[in-house]
Design a binder for this molecule. Structure first.
Ligand code: SF4
Length: 56
């Protein structure tokens, strides 16, 4: 199961560089995690200022 970014995401981009496998991409209204790329390491979770990232 990959981590997920909720609709609380403000599209700030703070999490992008925290991902060791570059699974986080900008979307139109929020950032998204590519479920096929994410290795579920959790490195991105604490980088989000609005706590929008969680384990699925
Ligand atoms: Fe990347 Fe790890 Fe977050 Fe998955 S859990 S998106 S691999 S930083």
């Amino acid at each position: 199961m990959a981590h997920q970014i909720s609709n609380d995401c403000t599209n700030c981009g703070a999490c992008v560089d925290s991902c060791p496998v570059n699974a986080i991409n900008a979307g139109d209204s929020k950032h998204n995690i590519d479920a096929d790329t994410c290795i579920d390491c959790g490195a991105c979770v604490d980088t989000c200022p609005v706590s929008a990232i969680s384990a699925a």
